[in-house]
Design a protein around this ligand. Structure first.
Ligand code: H79
Length: 447
């Protein structure tokens, strides 16, 4: 019976039935609420997965997937020498794509720090011939160019000896079956302190890997308070696939729109009240993967961005740079095309909230002030029936050329009489002019 209790608790936690203790009683200060509002308006960010794994070109999970022991994996850093890394080129690419922030891996599951950590020598400055702090270089460039920078940080660690007891992954790295969990958490907090004090004001911290040990005591209260104390405006989010824990400032969804579970791991990801972000990749890989050439088309990416907006979520779109520090042309070209599209249509994305009509198979709606943007993604019949928006509709026009869209009105529906000649294969945007604005709700208001 004494043994049964922790097992039962673990089962309940696994089932997502018990609340996870984190930073209880957290009340975000005004600068944090402002940062949340900024985040919600920004709508589009660049995710970057870059580490020594890129040398092998088989994704960021290669250590686990191919059961590479630490002694072997440690031969990668001496081979990592990104002499063509040009932070100005990366930031220019993101800006041209219409992205407003960058989220980059400071440490992935392999435990290797991509910055000059003093807590450990398992980092880019101490172990690679490149010997430079790429996060510092990127942080300076972002500040210069007005992009916010977030650091991804993996709580899961396949390299640290004190990451013990082990979780669901990393069991082939050849570590002794011992270690002190508390010491690992101290190490993690020390690294986070370095990241929050040495790189200027951050957009926030993007945690991943909690799911490796969902029943462990992660001491989240201590870690989240540390971050909020060092930088009150930095947003904390975690990819734990659950409803947000106390102390978090935004909620993220991996490879799924909020409320969906096509991946099978988002079944407990109930939507909370915080700003939302969905992340996905341009091909199917996060870290550089030479054999993955399944690049999404411009249409697929625009649809992801627009649909995410319809769900009131940002899109964080990933690239995995090559070991030489460059980003492959397939990614660069695609992002430039998205930027061109946003140049023309960004009004319906940036600062626009999801709804008022919930996402539909044919498309989504976004709104701002007294305008509703009806994004017709899959051209339906000539007449599109919508539920009535919450304010009277005065008129409607195509965003592309301003020409009028004839309306039909019913007691319970608004009919858009669409002209097939105006169809845009990427997104035909119809703007509804409302008689009054839909007042924006602050982040934190129940959806
Ligand atoms: O950083 C990128 C990926 O390396 C990382 N998150 C993105 C942003 C990632 N790790 N794992 N996954 C993505 C897939 C998740 C698999 C999981 Fe499971 C299913 C986690 C929990 C259930 C696999 C099976 C790992 C544990 C059991």
């Amino acid at each position: 019976m004494r043994k049964a209790f922790p097992v039962l608790t673990a089962l309940l936690v696994l089932a997502g039935l018990t609340p996870v203790v984190a930073q209880e009683g957290y009340r975000p200060p005004p600068e944090n609420l402002e940062a949340r509002a900024w985040f919600q308006e920004a709508r589009f960010g660049l995710f970057i997965h870059w580490g020594v794994y890129s040398v092998l070109g088989r994704g960021e999970w290669v250590m686990h997937n191919e059961k590479i022991p630490i002694a072997e994996y440690e031969k990668l850093p001496p081979r990592f020498n990104p002499t063509d890394f040009d932070p100005a080129a990366w930031v220019a690419m993101a800006k041209a794509a219409g992205m407003r922030y960058i989220t980059i891996t400071s440490k992935h599951h392999d435990g290797f720090a991509m910055y000059d950590s003093k807590t450990s020598d398992y980092d880019i400055v101490d172990r690679t011939p490149y010997e430079r702090d790429v996060l510092k270089m990127l942080a300076e460039e972002c500040r210069k160019e007005g992009l916010k920078l977030f650091f991804y940080y993996s709580q899961l660690d396949w390299h640290h000896p004190d990451y013990f007891p082990r979780g669901r992954t990393g069991q082939w790295s050849g570590r002794p079956e011992s270690g002190e969990w508390g010491r690992y958490l101290d190490y993690m907090d020390a690294q986070l302190e370095e990241l929050l004090t040495g790189y200027g004001p951050l957009g926030g911290i993007w945690f991943d890997g909690w799911w490796d040990r969902p029943d462990a005591d992660w001491r989240l209260g201590q870690t989240y308070s540390l971050i909020h104390r060092l930088q009150p405006a930095a947003l904390v989010g975690s990819n734990h696939h659950r409803k947000p824990f106390p102390g978090e400032d935004f909620q993220m969804f991996e490879r799924d729109f909020p409320g969906h579970d096509t991946t099978g791991w988002n079944d407990k990801a109930e939507i909370g009240t915080l700003p939302l972000e969905m992340c996905t990749t341009i091909n199917n890989s996060w870290g550089f993967n030479e054999s993955d050439t399944r690049y999404k088309s411009l249409e697929e990416i625009v649809h992801l961005l627009v649909r995410a907006g319809g769900y009131d979520a940002n899109l964080l779109l990933n690239v995995g740079p090559k070991p030489d520090g460059t980003i492959q042309p397939e990614f660069v070209e695609r992002l430039a095309e998205v930027g061109e599209w946003l140049e023309k249509n960004g009004e319906s994305i940036y600062g626009a909230r999801g709804g008022p009509i919930t996402p539909r198979p044919w498309g989504v709606t976004t709104h701002k002030g007294n305008e509703v943007f009806v994004h017709v993604l899959d051209w339906p019949d000539r007449v599109l029936a919508l539920p009535l928006p919450p304010r009277p509709v005065k008129s409607a026009h195509y965003m592309a050329d301003g020409s009028e869209v004839p309306l039909g009105r019913d007691a319970d529906a608004l009919l858009l009489r669409l002209d097939p000649e105006k169809a845009d294969p990427l997104d035909t945007i119809v703007v509804l002019e409302l008689a009054e604005a839909i007042m924006p709700t602050a982040p934190g208001t129940p959806r």
